[in-house]
Design a protein around this ligand. Structure first.
Ligand code: TYM
Length: 327
């Protein structure tokens, strides 16, 4: 059976970039794979977090998985910190990772740039991410473009370990879709849509109200000529919006281009807001029910039990292979 594993950090409110790049894929792929979807809370604490907010956001992310359509019966949904094998295998992967290759991780460079108090965990983060994936013998990992380098490192570490100590880990494949792998900010098509951008109009949150979604798309930057045409080279801002339109409406890009031919940006941006709202409204309704329910906590408790059982097998195998005692 092919196995899928992925997660979204509870380090800020989830925006449509994470939905389009990752969460939407979880829902689509769950039919063909055995899915493990976790909330990487140990990754979130590599930068300072307020404890109360972290607790709330972690439940929120899990509720959003389910509200978006991840089936909690078919898949295993859990909190990373409740399965201690992650931290343990994370340490083991750190022993295999080279300082040089870790230093080349662009996400670390971006996140540490200009800051003086950077945790050492922010630096070793990709080794923990490798452990997350390898613990479940995952065959496929659906992510956005920005995680590609971490996936390559995971594959390198798994091969290195297997070559040294015998075959222990499955080498995972990233699953990165063509449309929506990198959603850009609504204020600037040269930077990724990100919850850490101080400009709140640069992103749409999954839980934004319709009025805010309309306002944000109305303000979104466009390009100089007035045509709704898909061309990243000369029209990156509009191309970004067209990709969002295509994803949220389940239509193809040529169909969208044809519909707005000769119409300018006004009608296009208005309709874009409506297709996004149409998709998010049922998701938000389901979320509101779930977040108040104990059902969510039961799902997470069950998930942690199942995940711990599965993860322990790989952790023991890795320890034995290296010469660590496991009795
Ligand atoms: P995170 O929490 O930053 O993002 C979660 C997922 O959403 C994707 N994503 C985007 N995709 C397209 N456009 C965007 N603007 C955008 N913003 C975010 C990310 O690529 C990601 O797939 N390190 C990971 C979390 C993690 C993980 C793992 C993922 C920890 N362990 C194991 C997969 C497997 C992260 O920080 O993602």
């Amino acid at each position: 059976m092919k196995r899928l594993l992925s997660g979204i950090k509870p380090s800020g409110d989830l925006n449509i970039g994470g939905y389009v790049g990752a969460l939407r894929q979880f829902v689509k792929l769950q039919e063909e794979y055995e899915g493990y979807f976790f909330v990487p809370d140990l990754h979130a604490i590599t930068v300072p977090q307020d404890p109360k907010e972290l607790r709330e956001r972690s439940r929120q992310i899990a509720a959003l998985y389910i509200a978006a359509g991840v089936d909690p019966v078919k898949n295993t949904i859990f909190m990373q910190s409740q399965v201690s094998a992650h931290a343990e295998l994370g340490w083991i992967m750190e022993t295999q990772a080279h300082f040089g290759e870790m230093s080349r991780m662009t996400q670390f460079k971006e996140k540490s740039d200009g800051k003086d108090a950077v945790s050492s965990a922010l630096f070793t983060y990709p080794a923990l991410m490798a452990a997350d994936i390898l613990l479940y013998q995952s065959t496929h990992v659906p992510v956005g473009e920005d995680q590609k380098q971490h996936l390559e490192l995971t594959r390198d570490l798994a091969s290195r370990f297997n070559n040294r100590f015998g075959k222990t880990f499955t080498i995972p494949e990233p699953v990165i879709q063509e449309i929506g792998a990198r959603v850009m900010g609504l204020d600037d098509p040269s930077s990724k849509m990100s919850k850490s951008n101080p400009n709140k109009s640069s992103y749409v949150l999954l839980l934004d109200k319709p009025a805010d979604i309309r306002k944000k798309f109305a303000r979104a930057v466009t390009d100089s000529d007035m045509s709704v045409r898909y061309d990243w080279e000369t029209k990156p801002a509009v191309s970004n919006l067209i990709e969002l339109y295509a994803v949220f409406s389940d239509e193809t890009i040529p169909v969208i281009e044809r519909r707005y031919e000769g119409q300018g940006y006004g009608a296009f941006k208005k309709d874009l807001a409506e297709v996004v709202i149409a998709k998010l409204t049922p998701l938000q309704e389901k979320y509101e029910q779930l977040i108040k329910s104990e059902e969510l906590d039961h799902i997470l408790q069950d998930g942690a039990r199942k995940a711990s059982h599965e993860a322990q097998k790989t952790l023991d195998a890795a320890k034995r292979a290296m010469g660590l005692l496991t009795y």
